[in-house]
Write a protein that binds this ligand. Sequence first.
Ligand code: T4K
Length: 383
Amino acid sequence: MQIPFENPIYITRPLLPDLENVSGKLQDIWESRQVTNNGKQLQTLSQRLEEYLDVQHLSLFNNGTLALLLGLKALDLKGEVITTPFTFPATVQALDWNQLTPVFCDIDPKTLNIDADKIEGLITENTTAILAVHVFGNPCDTEKIQKTADKYGLKVIYDAAHAFGAKIEGKPIGSFGDMTMFSFHATKLFHTIEGGALVFRDGALGRKLDLLKNFGILNPEEVVLSGLNAKMNEIQAGIGLEVLKGIEEERKKRHLLKKMYEQHLRHIPGIRIITNLEYEQSSYQYFVIEIDEYQFGHSRDWLQKELEKFNVYTRKYFYPLCSEFDWYANLESAKAENLPVASTCVRQVLSLPYYGGLELQSVIKICKIFQELHADSEKITQL
Ligand code: T4K
């Protein structure tokens, strides 16, 4: 019988660079006296990330939500945007703040991404774009999505908040669609504490994005559009440069943890591992499973509560579905009967603790707890 962990095991812990290096970085910034507004750290990070992500045009923001919100604004979209209900609230809130109406499309039961086969049926004369999410870092069916978009002249935007560094058959994840957003929040593999970026196909958008994230100020005497303050500051960028140095090591550790989870969970009935798609390069952002209540013997919610008794804190990303938000109650596409797959998956998905600092032994112990909880359910069935 497993005993609880002495200290809480969270779903993630930020990758923190060496404090001495951070102090050195802060010293540089202090000496420069340029602490925000397009300083040296920001320019260097921008360049490094273009190289790392293998993209041509990248713009940094103070968080992923504002990056997406202003990215949609820069594309000058109107009307309806087809999107997924199975995502973090930020995805659809970026639409709301642009007065765009989300049209919810059901998801693919295997990847939990938008079901590319169901998009076409939702297109109306008001549709202007598809906003898809690479959920948990697993790439969408970019080929099919692009084909549909091209047929109807729609823009394609990807929320790649979870997909930093992922590749599809060798192609960088940021190279698909018209625009891709990355989140650099502390809970992400690569982070700047808070932060985000947009990468985009049309280089001309760069100028517009620069204006949008800086109050629309063209020069000290001209304000040419209604923008916001969404700039990344020098401390965020400087820390990002230090975090970037540790990314490959972190990926290796997460790879081992992933293998360990897979090895020990694979044979437990009722558990399906979502983070199991074989790509050239995974983002290693989350380790996610789906629990079939009948085969496993217990529901996802029961399991989550039991794990807490062992000091293990999982997350029900993404619960509830965005289509269930009160303010979408009048949308036809938000009705549960139109989203059968998403409505089922949202009750089954659980993100498990996953970060480089997690001990392999802790993963083995978590898996043993799973085995014991499943075995208990079998005993109950036999009684
Ligand atoms: N699109 C998608 C698909 C997204 O998932 C997100 C964000 C966005 C867009 C928006 O991007 P940003 O605007 O955030 O850049 C977290 C993150 O705040 C959020 O960035 C992320 N997705 C989401 C999936 O997760 P919470 O509310 O679950 O975070 P929180 O504070 O409960 O943290 C989770 C665990 O991580 C804690 O239990 C402990 C650990 N933790 C967290 C922080 C912040 C630490 O150990 N240290 C820390 O500093 O949202």
